[in-house]
Design a binder for this molecule. Structure first.
Ligand SMILES: [Zn+2]
Length: 286
């Protein structure tokens, strides 16, 4: 339980709280992708690779810039935890904090996933989402968040007084990244980062601001589709929470595989150029 406030409110407390918010990074001030130029390519896509991610495990794949990839629900309602890297440089990776600041707490059609400093550039553009009908529900929940971190054995040990569980998304991603790169588990683990929670339905409770989850609306046949802006290494974990209706970090939930499909496009989006690394000169004032 959080303690109740102990500071008496000032006389103008109501006025201060009544100030309307402003959006930090309005999307109409950002360079937004021309979604139509991407989507016109979807009619001529050729499947070049398919990777099945078994339940409570993770797998990796690579996608050349200009290709598309999909994360597909095939057998049951299942959440996936996605890590993305520059295929040639593991230090450039998905930066969910800035992606969230630029797009919002949940991402969808037309949003771009940004990479870490100093590159800070679009890594991928979301070109299709069969769950885009969901929007925000009455609880403030929505799908595909960039607010959660990933379930992990450290938090689990903290909350369970030391229980050892080895199939949290963090461990699944660590093993799969190790397999993909040849790095040891110890070397691979620091590269695992906060995820895009694919298909997960989450929000913050209005009264306490606590992160909540609820059963994912995803059903077999649903998918989330991305265009690779740069050469990508993707790693996806099938969360041991299954559809994340109840808990993580155990083998109690019903879990299902997820399918990753990589597609080659016949052409590139009209006017598209691979995004350059960020324009800041990194002198930091010296
Ligand atoms: Zn998880």
């Amino acid at each position: 339980m959080k303690p109740v406030p102990i500071t008496p409110p000032p006389a103008d407390a109501a006025d201060r709280k009544a100030i309307a918010p402003v959006v930090c990074y309005p999307t109409d001030t950002q360079p937004r992708p021309d979604l139509a130029s991407y989507r016109v390519l979807r009619d001529g896509l050729k499947l070049v690779e398919a990777v099945t991610v078994p339940p409570r495990d993770a797998r990796s794949w690579t996608v050349p810039a200009g290709h598309f990839f999909r994360i597909v629900s095939t057998e049951g309602s299942q959440v996936g935890d996605l890590n993305l890297f520059n295929a040639h440089d593991l230090t450039e990776r998905l930066y969910t904090g800035k992606t969230r600041a630029l797009n919002g707490t949940h991402v969808g059609l037309g949003d771009q996933l940004y990479s870490s400093f100093p590159s800070l550039r679009p890594m991928a553009t979301i070109t299709h989402d069969t769950l885009d009908w969901y929007g925000f529900d009455a609880f403030g929940g929505a799908v595909h968040d960039v607010i959660g971190t990933r379930c992990d054995p450290y938090t689990h040990a903290l909350l369970s007084h030391g229980d050892q569980y080895h199939n949290c998304c963090h461990s699944n991603l660590t093993r799969a990244l190790s397999d993909a790169t040849g790095l040891s588990l110890v070397e691979a683990e620091p590269h695992v980062h906060d995820v895009l929670n694919v298909f997960m339905c989450t929000g913050f409770s209005r009264d306490t601001g606590q992160y909540f989850m609820k059963a994912s609306p995803v059903r077999p046949g649903d998918y989330l589709e991305f265009f690779a802006e740069i050469d990508l290494l993707g790693v996806l974990s099938t969360c041991p929470g299954g559809n994340c209706s109840a808990e993580h970090s155990s083998d109690a939930a019903a879990c299902f595989p997820l399918l990753v499909e990589v597609y080659e496009a016949e052409a590139r989006p009209e006017g598209w150029v691979p995004p350059a690394i960020n324009g800041y000169n990194r002198s930091h004032g010296r």
